[in-house]
Design a protein around this ligand. Sequence first.
Ligand code: PHE
Length: 461
Amino acid sequence: MVSNRNKFTNKFGFIAAAAGSAVGLGNIWRFPFEVGKGGGAAFLVVYLVFCFVLCYPLLITEIAIGRRAQKNPVGAFRAMKHPNWTFIGFLSVLCGILILSFYNVVSGWVFGYFVEMLLGNFAIGDNFSEYVKDIRTVGGYSLFFIAVTAFIVSKGVTQGIEKASKIMMPTLLVIILGLVIYAFTLDNAAEGLKFYLIPDPSKLTVEVIYSALGQAFFSLSLGMGALITYGSYLKKHEDIVFSGFIVTLADVSIAFLAGLMIFPFIFSQGLSTEGGTGLIFITLPGMFANLGPVLGIIVGSLFFLLLSFAALTSTISLMELPVSYLVDQHDMKREYAVWISAFIIFLIGIPSLVGNGYSPFFTNFITYLGAENPTDFMTFIADLSSNTLLPFGGLSIAVFSVYVWKRRKLFRELSYGRESFLKSWTARYVGFCLQYIAPLILGMIFIITIFETFLGIHFFK
Ligand code: PHE
């Protein structure tokens, strides 16, 4: 299939963009609070196994589908002459919109915190619940954030997405390494590291398993077509097997580093690891305050700047989903597609924005069957998308690739740019995983999650 689509210039450009999509709030905001909730190292181990054993094969498969089809996820299945599977594409675009709607709200908080740190307002940590209720301020920041995202996406693949990622990704790595080194010097750092690194098998529950799976999918931007879309901008001779591995490794490493930085922070302050979505927002500012005014402002604002960068490279990839759909399938001009998407997504995000205390209705939005407390709108959408829809997307992609598209064709696509792949052990493993492991595990966990999370029916307690 020859196409004159705008392409990433080279391997580094693709890796930077795909790793940029993967590395985001998922690694630095969500990963630590999931680890905290999931009992520490037990969660970490399950997460790592899922990333490499189950998710990596799916990740390269998504990229291969995108490159083969040269289309957005909706058009991809039609272009490959399997129109019955177009539902995966629609689900992908829907999922992208849902995730971006709340992700953008959290990005707004992050950017707001960057400003507060610059002003030396360390007390903000104690006022987090008030801060997120201040709709004008946080709403303004999230509007700003989606506008910056839209601006970059409107510039297109090479001039916008690739350029921004190439600058932001390396900067992020440097900042985070500095903060890890600093965290190691704190009192009680060792306690934090123990919690994070030494697994306690008694903490391993079904909930830990499906949250770790959801986290692996969310963090790798998997199961919702973001990688099909980026794959469609990849040149034929680029090596997907290798690039995909680097993306997985980069994503896991940054999450791992975030844990190395945050748990010593938390333990040095004697704080709880179970702070949920507020964890980093509540715990970190006090920590920065202890550094004294000058160093505190420097470290604190660098930290939230880093998070804003990480979030931005992810919001870019999320927005590219509806945009590429509108451009490819409806011949819309890129600029229009971008601003229309941004507007709609911002509107859909309003319940998430006001559901953190400002609106009682959205704050206590739904009580899952069998649960004691209500769940807010944002958490509901996050549960729905990352723990449910993403693994379902992954399942559909695994089944599609080997049972419909066929392993031979998938492998041929994966071998462009890496001839030796066809005879390698990696290929055998990838085939086995897609054919048996992924459908079995993902199918099982999908069903368990629905029963456990939404219907309150527990199999294992
Ligand atoms: N992977 C991103 C993160 O970790 C979030 C994301 C999910 C981005 C799905 C794109 C698609 O923050």
